[in-house]
Ligand binder design. Structure first.
Ligand code: ZN
Length: 134
């Protein structure tokens, strides 16, 4: 598996209406896309920071993964996503190396990317995502 860069950092927020103005007006970043990912029960807002993006995640369902995360831990950094060439190959390789996977194969994430999550119990407590075009 070859990681080229950090594709994005996922940050759980209570409300995009509250968070987007902070990133735009205080940090000076530009929100270039807002997208709802019904599969993950979130609404996302994206900002570019060099090759890396910040992905703000607002829950659309208290029982969804971000809704539960905020209830348990409050808003904050949720996951780190690494860019890889081929998500399915990477997941296979990770599993062969004993990493517990949340997604056995890639699925569609925001921005049409193929994504797969690794279990934080296997990644020293950091919820880790691999994502790529393939
Ligand atoms: Zn992500």
């Amino acid at each position: 598996m070859k990681i080229s860069h950090i594709e994005h950092i996922g940050i759980a927020v209570k409300s995009l209406d509250e968070a987007v103005p902070f990133y735009e007006n205080i940090l000076g970043l530009k929100c270039y896309a807002i997208e709802e990912v019904t599969d993950q029960r979130v609404k996302t807002a994206f900002f570019r920071v060099g090759d890396t993006k910040i992905e703000l995640l607002e829950s659309t369902d208290p029982e969804g993964p971000i809704g539960k995360f905020i209830e348990n831990k409050g808003p904050g950094i949720h996951h780190i996503a690494y860019a890889v060439e081929d998500v399915n190959d990477s997941l296979t390789e990770l599993e062969q190396n004993g990493v517990r996977l949340i997604d056995k194969t890639g699925r569609k994430g925001a921005e049409g990317l193929n994504i797969g999550f690794l279990h934080p119990k296997s990644t020293l407590g950091v919820l880790t995502e691999v994502c790529g075009k393939e």
